[in-house]
Design a protein around this ligand. Sequence first.
Ligand code: UN1
Length: 509
Amino acid sequence: MTSALTADTTADLRLRTAALLHALGAKSPESGALSVRTPITGGELATLRPSTPAEVDAAVERAATAFHAWRTVPAPQRAAVVRRLAQLLTEHQAELGELVTLEAGKIGAEARGEVQEMIDICEFAIGLSRQLYGLTMPSERPGHRLMETWHPLGVVGVISAFNFPVAVWAWNTALALVCGDTVVWKPSEATPLTALACHTLLQRAAADVGADPQVHQLIQGGGEIGERLVDDPRVALVSATGSVRMGQLVAPRVAARFGRALLELGGNNGAVVTPSADLDLAARGIVFAAAGTAGQRCTTLRRLIVHADVAGPLLDRVAAAYRQLRVGNPLEEGVLVGPLINERSYAGMRDALERAQADGGELLCGGERVAGPHPDAYYVRPALVRMPAQTAVVREETFAPILYALTYRDFDAAIELHNAVPQGLSSAIFTRNQREAERFLGPDGSDCGIANVNIGTSGAEIGGAFGGEKQTGGGRESGTDSWKSYMRRATNTVNYSTELPLAQGIRFE
Ligand code: UN1
């Protein structure tokens, strides 16, 4: 196993951060009580003044006011802002990517990929601006037209997580803006600087195309700031990404005021590997999905359900690949696994591994901390644990690189085991047997929002709808018809006759 821990000091990274913010056009944030740390060294990059409750109210007010005019701007014209944003993101892809690395600890390739995902959703939203289609259906009455039209919804509150600090914002914001909504964004407390950079780029995009920059508002801070946004009746839709626990707080509060919630919560993603699988391909897919982003994607592969006949050779391949993974400074080329976001995350990983071992789990490799010059940075080797059963710890989402391996003999039992967790985001099957593949994708197969064949659970493209069932929250973001969550639908009946026939044949004379 190799590792490459950084010799950079926090002071170096602080200077780098300031230079990147400057290059991205963002003013240095006002310092205050919010400490922004880099997981690379665990040191402080900056401090930031969190928004006050009055500032949250004022941001919502500005967004609500801007909505009045924005909703009547034709959608293809609204797309001009998104087109300009895509250009700015393309121009600044490397800088924004590096800022993501500094703040979230993601390796360079993945951080640049995240910015690419932003550009992709912008392109999708631009095309969508000419395709916000409604339906026309036959009326039962002569001389009548029946149709559905889609209209802007209002202010969208976006609450995003540290692990995709910029892409998930872009999924929501690009769609919301072309749909005629305005946005108030509360990013994760752990990643306020990338948020500041994105907000600055969007303000510039709006100014460059002559649109109202007030269509986007940024508020910063912790849970209480988020709660204020969630409870505000002027916020028509709350789109929240984060833990199941966060969703359990958000959903009932939004429902209590009859607002709309779009939830993208935890996953506990599994892959079934059948005897016919191409084991080399499966191992490659498994390693990226389980160890990539240091196990900190909502789509990370956490459970492997492998047929007993191929468990030995498959786990050998995965373990061999794990042993070669370079863990370390995500700024360095060739490093594949960066740090965990913070100490709490490391403690969660340790605790889960202890519980798994107490349940009879056998640690096949990894799981240990890689010590370096920075005691407040948490680098770990991805863990592979063979479990005798799907115990409570396996059914929970631990946001760290732990892959639990379970074996099966009967395909039906494998699917049952796969679905026997509370979460339902992403899933995969590795097989060359078409019957098994189709069954997995069918109505009695995987119960997740995403189900893949011969590819891992993570790294979805933006063109498909993204989200999941059960405790994942049921929301769908990004591709296909996810835009419908950001609009309100009206059914219209138009009478162009001289009569007034009533539906259902009712006579009222
Ligand atoms: C997330 O982890 O919240 O499918 C989003 C993926 C990415 C998005 C992940 N495109 O892994």
